[in-house]
Design a protein. Sequence first.
Length: 206
Amino acid sequence: MKLHDFKYYALTLLAGIFSVLWGAHEPHAGAETYAAKVIEAAEQGSPEAQCELGQMHHEGVGAPQDDQEAMRWYKKAAAQGNANAQLNLGFMYDQGNGVPQDSKQALFWYGKAAEQGTPEAQFRLGEIFAGGLGVLQNEEVAYAWYSLAATQGADKAAKRRDSIAETLTPERLSQAKTLAAALQAEIDSKKTMPSVKNAMQKNTPH
């Protein structure tokens, strides 16, 4: 664990203790202390704190609601490889929150988070390829991403996967299962993932 991450966890733990000890007497003291510690850790470079601060700005809880400020902190955390920030960036671009809606950027950031095994990002990629949202529709690729999310307990992904399976020929279903296995193997190996990128890029209109 990096020093700034250790300090972030220590500070948030301390904030939680303050909240328990004094929250009953000063209802907002714990929340204010927590927000201050998150901001301090974020400014010191902790990606976890930066992601948390981005979410605080996005939701308007503990910080002023400001999607552009949320984007700024998400980007800082995502650049350091924080999967939750990458997922949140994908969502912000997908929905056009704080930035113009951009399907390619959404695909890129969902892909980054999905490569780290984030089930919600994998589900979102399934939705993108199933619906042809900014990419060429590809049910085999959609099946593969839904399948990866489903193996981590995402019930909605399992339902989508099974629905697509009913529409595929045995040959196409076999190809989809092979792709899912290949993607999972590469995620598990934590290596550079050319086939994951190819599965996305070859279906992206130029």
